[in-house]
Design a protein around this ligand. Structure first.
Ligand SMILES: Cc1cc2nc3c(=O)[nH]c(=O)nc-3n(C[C@H](O)[C@H](O)[C@H](O)COP(=O)(O)OP(=O)(O)OC[C@H]3O[C@@H](n4cnc5c(N)ncnc54)[C@H](O)[C@@H]3O)c2cc1C
Length: 434
């Protein structure tokens, strides 16, 4: 398993460098082991330390904490995600459950940043589901009906209005939702690392290779050492399969993104000085594109089955070129060499877009697989899996557990063939908006 990410993500590189990184250098025992230090694992650690201030909690990560998907995503904390509209009440009810979870996720992040005075460039700017293709109006109208039934404030916008707001005349229509927050993902996850309390030991560059359970003891093997723990929570998101967890219920996808340098005053004026905004595509394989608080443009327009997980520089350069074209299409007046940083990251998907939140054996728990909504839902699920693993209950757990469970996936190689075929089809349908 090769987990080490590229080190070319500006969200992370623009943060202060971290020191005092500790690695597992001897055998250890603990009450709780958390595997994976992204939003989920760090939130689980924070909650466990509140619930058990006198117990020993260890959290490990194969790379530097927060430098997986959590530090390299697009920074949309979502209240809603697009669907094609629903005809039956059961489907509407399922969508409502999904948005109830998103809301709890937003509340969990809000509570965290308030309590720890976190500056993560929080902006309640709402978001646009935008398209250049007039034919997508039908999809947006159906989505609007669903949002109306559930009282989400929104409106449909046309080209002229969008051009003023976004600084590009690329889009012909969009559905704007007032809910939804834009933030700096790296600052958020860094704050979660910095606020870990004293009874949590963070060990980085410490990859779990194998684990086994012997009655009430869980033995976790790393490179040269082991950790023996009473309880374990797996929060490795796109890397659950190599650990043999929920194997037929989730699969990883690799995404790539690029970010420009800060636009010069002249460039910014030339596109009409728009306020910070975030666009999500109407079709799944279209581009996510965002104007950041510090006037950079971020674009994410690939999702693929990719193995090994770390992407080579040559492969990343190809994706970056594609992203340069995506920016050029929308902002033809901007310079060609404007991209400053490109990176890849791994997300975890389930077949029916439902998340994993489970006890898989006595004292063995797992939370993960949020598709594109892990900022809020990961924070929420991390906290709530810690509560569940402590044999306690909460209203949030009741809501989470009433969602539909992830559905079964076929084994390899059929799974990858199916996913690749679907991605080709979706890419074709989204081709105008990449
Ligand atoms: C390019 C991109 C854009 C995205 N955009 C958005 C967005 O706008 N909004 C949104 O909500 N979500 C977005 N996502 C998804 C979001 O980032 C994830 O859902 C979220 O970060 C999941 O958090 P996590 O803590 O569960 O997992 P991760 O952040 O993936 O953390 C898992 C950690 O486990 C570690 N690990 C894995 N295996 C092992 C092992 N064997 N031993 C030890 N450690 C291990 C990894 O190193 C990693 O740090 C995006 C993701 C990407 C890649």
């Amino acid at each position: 398993m090769d987990l080490v990410n590229d080190n070319s993500c500006n969200w992370i590189n623009n943060l202060d460098k971290r020191f005092n990184i500790k690695t597992l250098d001897q055998d250890k025992t603990c009450d709780w082991l958390i595997v994976g230090a992204g939003y989920t694992g760090l939130s689980a650690a924070r909650k466990l330390s509140e619930l058990h201030p006198n117990q020993k909690i260890i959290i490990v990560d194969a790379q530097l904490a927060g430098e997986g998907a959590s530090g390299r995503n697009s920074g949309y904390l979502v209240d809603t995600t697009l669907n094609d509209g629903f005809s039956s009440n059961k489907e509407l009810l399922n969508y409502k459950k999904k948005t109830d979870i998103y809301k709890l996720g937003i509340d969990a992040v809000k509570k965290f940043i308030k309590e720890y005075h976190v500056d993560c460039d929080w902006n309640e700017s709402g978001k646009y589901f935008a398209s250049s293709n007039q034919k997508d109006l039908k999809i947006l109208e159906n989505f609007s009906k669903t949002l109306l039934k559930l009282n989400f404030e929104h409106n449909i916008l046309e080209k002229d209005d969008l051009c003023k707001r976004l600084g590009t005349n690329f889009y012909n229509l969009a559905l704007y939702t007032k809910g939804g927050i834009l933030l700096h993902p790296g600052k958020l996850v860094r704050a979660m690392i910095d606020s870990l309390s004293d009874n949590v030991e963070l060990l980085e560059n410490t990859q779990l290779d194998e684990w086994s359970k012997n009655n009430d003891t869980i033995i976790c093997k790393f490179n040269n050492h082991k950790i023996i723990t009473k309880k374990v929570i797996f929060c490795t998101n796109g890397f659950l399969n190599p650990l043999g967890i929920k194997k037929n219920y989730n699969f990883p996808l690799t995404l790539t993104a690029s970010m420009t340098r800060t636009l010069t005053d002249r460039e910014y004026k030339s596109i009409g000085e728009p306020k910070e905004w975030g666009v999500l595509p109407v079709r799944p394989m279209g581009a996510t594109i965002r104007m950041t608080k510090d006037k950079r443009i971020l674009i994410r327009n690939t999702a693929e089955v990719h193995s090994p997980f770390k992407m080579s520089k040559t492969e990343l350069d190809k994706r970056s070129l594609n992203q340069k074209l995506g920016i050029k299409k929308r902002f033809p007046s901007l310079a060609d060499d404007i991209i400053e940083s490109s990176w890849s990251g791994v997300v975890s998907r389930t077949r029916n877009s439902s998340q994993i939140f489970d006890k898989i054996d006595n004292n063995v728990f797992v939370a993960g697989c949020y598709n594109g909504s892990g900022i809020g839902v990961g924070t929420l699920f991390g906290e709530q899996i810690a509560i569940k693993a402590s044999n306690q209950n909460s209203d949030e757990i009741n809501i989470i557990e009433s969602r539909s469970k992830p559905t079964w996936l076929p084994p390899q190689p059929f799974l990858n063939i199916g996913i690749k075929t679907r991605l080709i089809f979706e890419r074709f349908r989204s081709r105008s908006d990449v």
